[in-house]
Ligand binder design. Structure first.
Ligand SMILES: NC(=O)c1ccc[n+]([C@@H]2O[C@H](COP(=O)([O-])OP(=O)(O)OC[C@H]3O[C@@H](n4cnc5c(N)ncnc54)[C@H](OP(=O)(O)O)[C@@H]3O)[C@@H](O)[C@H]2O)c1
Length: 288
């Protein structure tokens, strides 16, 4: 018997999207708002961004401004849902970031802060909201991993560790929650031009521009994995071939990715730029 999908479910469906203030999360909120009966809960740190997004949508949307790594973040999300919405049909765990550094330079601290946001905060939020998802079944969770959660590159080891962890955990959660009517889908984007991952190095060159996708395509994959219960989706789909090749010919893929030509794949990120701005402010403060 086919699994029930969320399409054609109850008249009112509540979807919570983390990282809704920009990029893939914002595009997902906009795309979900075109679905019948959807009400949105938008989560991220930048409240003004969330409010203006909510105002621009034609469906009911509430905002929850919080840092997902805060100790009380899961509890606050549950309180918000219980007070304003009485159910949860779709949880999109999308918020994430990457701070580029080799292990020798970034060390454990870079791994720790990356895991804290990209893995631990997802697990903690899911733990708090799982009873509500079960009570609202058929419901779904979509975890946004990355192609870097299947194939690792130099300078992005901490990021890959967090996204590999998320992919593995998602498979186990899928198997555990199936009997409870909570589907767990996985989305693995490749390069998608966003504020956090501008991919400027790739977009600048005609030779590599074509590998960069759009937040709207990632949003469509999130809907596939959530509302239509697809097990997993690469964005764009051909990135799945790289993951398959890594499984079949690990030695070959490792050698190619260790070569100089692969350096262009380790693009600088919005999180790196934010760190540089912060360091600049501190050194200006010290000089003042
Ligand atoms: N773009 C790509 O190439 C790509 C590829 C593979 C996977 N991904 C994954 O896709 C997801 C979305 O990334 P994106 O490309 O859309 O990047 P983005 O534009 O930087 O969006 C990241 C979102 O996460 C939120 N966020 C970051 N830290 C947070 C925190 N501590 N607490 C709450 N919210 C936080 C940000 O909002 P605030 O700053 O307002 O908090 C923002 O809304 C991430 O998980 C990323 O790893 C992206």
């Amino acid at each position: 018997m086919p699994e029930p999908t969320l399409e054609g479910g109850p008249d009112r469906r509540i979807a919570l999207v983390t990282g809704a203030s920009s990029g893939i999360g914002e595009a997902t909120a906009r795309r979900l708002a075109r679905e019948p009966g959807i009400e949105l809960v938008l989560v991220a740190r930048r409240e003004e961004r969330l409010s203006s997004l909510a105002e621009s949508l034609a469906v009911p949307a509430t905002c929850l401004a919080l840092d997902l790594t805060d100790a009380d973040a899961p509890e606050r999300a549950l309180e918000h849902l219980s007070a304003r919405h009485d159910r949860l049909d779709l949880l999109v765990n999308n918020a994430g970031a990457s701070w580029r550094a080799s292990f020798a330079d970034g060390g454990y601290e870079n791994v720790r802060r990356t895991m804290e946001l990209n893995f631990d905060s997802v697990v903690r939020l899911t733990e708090a909201l799982l009873p509500l998802l079960r009570a609202s079944a058929p419901s779904a969770i979509v975890n946004v991993s990355s192609t870097a959660g299947r194939v690792a590159r130099a300078g992005a080891g901490a990021y890959s560790a967090s996204k590999f962890a998320l992919a593995g955990w998602s498979d186990a959660l899928y198997a555990e929650e199936r009997a409870h009517g909570v589907h767990v889908g996985l989305v693995l984007p490749g390069f998608v031009a966003t504020e956090g991952f501008p991919a400027a190095e790739l977009r600048e060159r005609a030779l590599t521009r074509w590998v960069v996708s759009t937040p709207e395509r990632a949003a469509e994959a999130i809907l596939d994995a959530g509302l239509r219960r697809t097990p997993e989706r690469y964005v764009p789909r051909p990135y799945g071939l790289i993951a398959a090749l890594r499984a079949i010919a690990p030695g070959l893929v490792r050698r190619v990715l260790a070569g100089g030509a692969a350096e262009v794949m380790t693009t600088s990120t919005g999180a790196d730029a934010a760190d540089l701005r912060e360091a600049g402010k501190q050194s200006n403060g010290e000089r003042a």
